[in-house]
Design a protein around this ligand. Structure first.
Ligand SMILES: NC(=O)C1=CN([C@@H]2O[C@H](COP(=O)(O)OP(=O)(O)OC[C@H]3O[C@@H](n4cnc5c(N)ncnc54)[C@H](OP(=O)(O)O)[C@@H]3O)[C@@H](O)[C@H]2O)C=CC1
Ligand SMILES: O=C(CO)[C@H](O)[C@H](O)COP(=O)(O)O
Length: 474
């Protein structure tokens, strides 16, 4: 008997996934382009389970039971194609390739189609949880044909995080669905982290608190509605002291946020779909602005801000409430985007399933996800989370604090792009009538783009450069 599954690509994610699989009793073959990683895994962790190391892809494939199940855990982009190209000649019809990296969903759609033509199955599979999650139970989002998922379902659901006895792994839908929702998960992760960073900035710049003091505040917040992996991690990072300087570590980390692309892809796809995901997009822009360190340094010397001012009473609690309300908006936007993509690509993705499998294992895991799951149980076709009673009340209860925080930020010159964009979205969303009528009027004036009326059916144009009569443009 051979190995039930193989993992190729043994950097942090692949190594830990392979260990997770082995620890659950599944014999696993392991391979990496550079042999040193395979050696390291076997030397260090070989006694954790039934590993079969291979130095060549030929030996790796030969060591697998049929249908062969192969997890590819390499750098996203060209390396995935390179590995697939090397593997394909070694495989037989019905074998299953599982790309567990952060691949772009359009690449996944292309790969799935090309491999299907050769009789091979391809599962574009989002895996979240970082290094620790991969080892102890990630959230797993496979996308691809039912036939491909069935033979790997047992392994994936077993190694995933478990919440209330439910695995944080589920078949998301066909072709690119799994990688799409992983991308959107990361987009929400960007928004979540940006909101946390803005809260930290407000408590530093407006309230004058130190990093360890703010860490304590986050620790308290983690006992309430905000309880989540990212809030808990924020408390830990803010409380950590740099050994070299004795200062809070966060004060000596360079303030330039890097990005690998999934947040940007989420915003790009949202633009294509016409879904307003303002919190996610502002988070991507905020990282881009942070990376312009040289320009910011020059600007800081010459561009004035407001002089003086301080945070009002009750500011810390207000920031907590504003953070929660903004987070609701960010998730509402992300979930609406996933629904729109599912409709566009005919994936039939169930948002309730996503809320269920993101309750554990992944980076955005949070108490909050239970509330989202319940909202979709109440109303599976819910178009926007803000229309659910629980979230409506949560945001309504927070709105005074939310406005106070954004107002204070503007007064004091503290940038809060995600807090502000979320509040503006909320105010735009709750308006039955907005100012887009004027935009339509302007478009009709300069480009004869026509408009519709509120009082009768049809399409109209005003003869602006003639006698300004309205004519039908149907
Ligand atoms: N790190 C994280 O927290 C998370 C990462 N991911 C995703 O999981 C995937 C793996 O991530 P991670 O473990 O961080 O590793 P990296 O993204 O750093 O990729 C390194 C791995 O890719 C292999 N590789 C690179 N180019 C090639 C190639 N041309 N042919 C064969 N192998 C190649 C490397 O092999 P070699 O050792 O020979 O260089 C190594 O095993 C990525 O898509 C990542 O985005 C998903 C969730 C979380
Ligand atoms: O997928 C992940 C977690 O779910 C990775 O941690 C992600 O790559 C982080 O993205 P970025 O480097 O762009 O911040």
């Amino acid at each position: 008997m051979g190995s039930q599954i193989g993992v190729t690509g043994l950097a942090v994610m692949g190594q830990n996934l392979a260990r997770n699989i082995a620890r659950h009793g599944f014999p696993v073959a392991v391979h990496n382009r550079s042999e040193s990683r395979t050696k390291h895994l076997i030397e260090r962790y070989g006694d954790e389970g039934d590993f079969t190391p291979a130095t060549s892809l030929e030996d790796f494939v030969a060591s697998l039971d049929r249908p062969r199940r192969i997890v590819i855990m390499v750098k996203a982009g060209g390396p995935v194609d390179a590995v697939i190209d090397e593997l394909v000649p070694l495989l037989d019809k019905g074998d299953i390739l599982i790309d567990g990296g952060n691949s772009h969903f359009e690449d996944t759609r292309r790969r799935e189609k090309a491999l299907a033509e050769r009789g091979l199955h391809f599962l574009g599979t989002g895996v979240s949880g970082g290094e620790e999650g991969a080892l102890n139970g990630p959230s797993i989002m496979p996308g691809g044909p039912d036939d491909a998922y069935a033979p790997v379902a047992e392994i994936l659901t077993t190694i995933a995080a478990q919440v209330d006895g439910t695995p944080c792994a589920a078949h998301i839908g066909p072709d690119g669905a799994g990688h799409y929702v992983k991308m959107a998960h990361n987009g929400i992760e960007y928004a979540d982290m940006q909101l946390i960073a803005e809260a930290y900035d407000l408590l530093t710049s407006a309230a004058g608190l130190s990093a360890p003091e703010i860490g304590q505040i986050f620790r308290q917040w983690n006992e309430g509605d905000l309880e989540s992996f990212l809030i808990e991690t924020t408390a830990t990072v803010l409380g950590h002291t740099d050994a070299a300087t004795g200062r809070p570590l966060v004060d000596v980390i360079l303030d330039e946020a890097e990005q690998k692309g999934t947040g940007r892809w989420t915003a790009q796809s949202a633009l294509e779909l016409g879904v307003p995901v303002t919190a996610i997009t502002e988070a991507v822009y905020a990282r881009a602005l942070s990376a312009r360190k040289d320009q910011r340094t020059r600007a800081s010397a010459i561009l004035p801000g407001p002089s003086g001012g301080s945070a009002p009473d009750g500011f810390v609690d207000a920031v907590r409430d504003a953070l929660y309300a903004s987070k609701v908006v960010a998730y509402a936007q992300g979930f609406e985007q996933m629904r729109a993509a599912s409709d566009e690509y005919d994936w039939n993705v169930d948002p309730g399933t996503l809320a269920t499998i993101w309750r554990g294992g992944c980076i955005i895991r949070a108490r909050f996800l239970d509330r989202i799951k319940e909202a979709y149980e109440r109303s599976p076709e819910l178009p926007n989370l803000l229309l659910d009673d629980y979230f409506r009340d949560a945001v309504a209860n927070a709105q005074d604090a939310w406005r106070k925080v954004v107002h204070t930020a503007v007064d004091l010159g503290v940038p809060t792009p995600a807090f502000s964009a979320s509040l503006a979205y909320y105010d735009g969303f709750r308006r039955e009538r907005g100012p887009a009528s004027l935009i339509q009027g302007l478009r009709d004036f300069f480009g004869a783009h026509t408009y519709r009326r509120v009082d009768r059916e049809g399409v109209f144009h005003t003869l602006w450069s003639e006698d300004r009569r309205e004519v039908s443009a149907d």
